[in-house]
Design a protein around this ligand. Structure first.
Ligand SMILES: [Ca+2]
Length: 116
């Protein structure tokens, strides 16, 4: 009985965590993409990247200007400090999301790539 109760609590906690991303992401088009928005809460200009695109510089509207994102694929956010050998990176995993990212690495992003 204690085990069953514990498992129920864990399942409820997982649903509670997952709900904001799925409920607030109508523009996330397909699984397998990482989608970026210029505004917080998945608003403003948007663009989606897929790992089979390889390395891609983000569009001008999102350059150093990512307000939120949802990842349905693994990838890497890149901020170039000095091309081609100095960069900052952030590993992104399938399932990651941030509703507010501009005051963090979102304010620096230059490109997305399959690997860091
Ligand atoms: Ca940058």
């Amino acid at each position: 009985m204690r085990i069953a109760t514990g498992a129920g609590a864990i399942a409820l906690a997982m649903v509670a965590c997952a709900t904001p991303a799925t409920a607030a992401a109508p523009a996330s088009r397909t699984s397998g993409d990482i989608c970026l928005w210029s505004g917080r809460d998945y608003s403003g200009a948007s663009w989606c990247w897929s790992p089979d695109h390889g390395y891609v510089d983000v569009p001008p509207a999102l350059h150093d200007n990512v307000g939120s994102f949802i990842a349905h694929a693994d990838g890497c956010f890149i901020n170039w400090i000095s091309v081609p050998d100095r960069k900052e990176t952030r590993v992104v995993r399938d399932g990651d999301y941030r509703r507010v990212y501009k005051d963090d690495f979102g304010g620096k992003i230059d490109a997305v790539a399959p690997n860091c």
